[in-house]
Design a protein around this ligand. Structure first.
Ligand code: NAP
Length: 184
């Protein structure tokens, strides 16, 4: 059975983007990105909210950019090889391979996917992940917390969820980012 993992890169106060919609303050450097690549090699399917997909689809063509460091090229290959399900009522087409649109988040369908998948499943961004969290489908949380307070914006976690977690891994990086991994 595959795990469903919610990963987020956040500020210390728990936001994935600030009130202006910016998140350039938490862009992973090469060291963090190499570790993200290591984690994401186990992911076979990404469940994306439409907004997260619109950001991540950059990786479909990132390999054509000159002078990309190897760590970014590696991530491009990881992303392109994975299956993607994009949840959206508004999106008409997708611009990446191995991608299909889902009009509704059906917890039973995700449960079945977890039961049949050989490799792990990742869910993001926070709006979509909230559905999975509230349905009790998320098995692990992975947070990359950046050393910055932004004061407001889009929280990484829904406000009305409550559950206990077991810390199963942690790591610190040279740029001050701290990674924590929790099992539900
Ligand atoms: N912190 C970081 O490093 C980082 C990295 C990448 C991206 N981001 C940013 O994080 C943000 C994404 O998070 P988000 O929480 O705002 O959005 P999101 O969860 O990625 O996407 C929200 C959209 O997903 C669709 N959706 C959500 N629930 C659905 C459901 N039950 N059924 C069908 N469709 C559903 C809807 O699309 P429709 O409106 O089309 O129906 C909804 O507007 C983006 O701004 C992204 O740029 C941050």
């Amino acid at each position: 059975m595959a795990k469903l993992i919610y990963s987020a890169i956040t500020s210390l106060d728990g936001y994935i983007e600030d009130e202006d919609g910016n998140f350039d303050w938490d862009a992973p450097d090469e060291e963090v990105h190499a570790f993200v690549n290591h984690l994401e090699r186990s992911v076979g399917t990404y469940l994306y909210g439409r907004r997260m997909y619109e950001t991540m689809v950059y990786w479909e063509t990132a390999h054509v950019l000159p002078d990309e460091p190897p760590v970014f090229r590696d991530y491009t290959e990881i992303w392109q090889a994975a299956e993607k399900l994009v949840y959206s009522k508004s999106l008409e087409t997708v611009s990446s391979d191995r991608t299909r649109i889902e009009r509704d988040f059906d917890p039973d369908a995700v449960r079945e996917l977890k039961a049949s998948a050989v490799r792990d499943i990742s869910v993001g961004g926070p709006d979509l992940a909230a559905h999975a969290i509230k349905a009790g489908l998320v098995d692990e949380f992975q947070f990359f917390v950046s050393p910055i307070v932004v004061g407001g914006g889009k929280p990484s976690l829904p406000s009305n969820a409550r559950f206990k977690l077991e810390l199963i891994d942690e790591r610190r990086f040279g740029n001050g980012v701290v990674y924590t991994r929790y099992r539900v």
